[in-house]
Design a protein. Structure first.
Length: 206
């Protein structure tokens, strides 16, 4: 898995007032946990936004006060109205501990079912996996070269050395379904029956 670097500054105080002050200065309050102690710090909002607004999953080499930590993003909080970053949680990684992380799905190939008029449906953009750091993949690549109309790839079909897939095994990741057009057919004689209804009613009254 690819690694990126991120610098942060220790927070002298932890509280709502302090957090608001940092946000006004375009700094995002963050916390790193998973080790012996939690580490509270702030990081630049623009850099975090670039890091988070990408489908790629990264191991983040976090530098706070000269101390380096291998981490991943565990949780992100956004403002419900402005969508500004409010808080980011980082999980500290250790070589001997498995990591649970969402990894993007990459689709390759051309499905024969699509060439025959079917529609490709991608239902899962990420898969949750568990693995040790050296075995974390950049993405989960799925070939659709053998998918006919009605076929699908489920979590139960996924196999990768040293990686455990944690999503429900019955979940469909990608599939090909029939692309049916809805056609309205006119029943023969229906228009005539409707048109003749008032006449028939008049004849009855006569």
């Amino acid at each position: 898995m690819k690694t990126v670097s991120l610098s942060g500054s220790l927070r002298e105080n932890v509280g709502k007032k302090d957090a608001k002050m940092h946000r006004r200065n375009f700094k995002v309050p963050c916390v790193m946990y998973g080790g012996k102690e939690q580490l509270h710090f702030v990081a630049d909002e623009k850099i975090l936004m670039k890091l988070l607004h990408t489908p790629v999953a990264y191991i983040i080499n976090l530098d706070v006060a000269g101390q380096l930590h291998n981490t991943i993003v565990q949780d992100v909080q956004y403002h419900p109205v402005t969508d500004r970053l409010l808080h980011v949680d980082f999980l500290q990684l250790f070589p001997e501990k498995p990591v649970v992380i969402g990894v993007p799905v990459k689709i390759t190939g051309v499905a024969p079912g699509v060439l025959r008029g079917g529609k490709l449906i991608k239902k899962m953009r990420k898969l949750t996996i568990k693995a040790l750091i050296p075995h974390l993949p950049d993405d989960i690549t799925i070939s659709i070269d053998n998918l006919e109309i009605g076929d699908s790839v489920k979590v139960s079909d996924m196999k990768m050395d040293h990686v455990t897939f944690l999503d429900p095994i019955s979940n469909v990741i990608v599939g090909v379904r029939t692309a049916r057009a809805v056609v309205e057919e006119t029943v023969p004689g229906a228009e005539a029956a409707v048109a003749g209804a008032p006449v028939a009613e008049a004849e009855k009254k006569a």
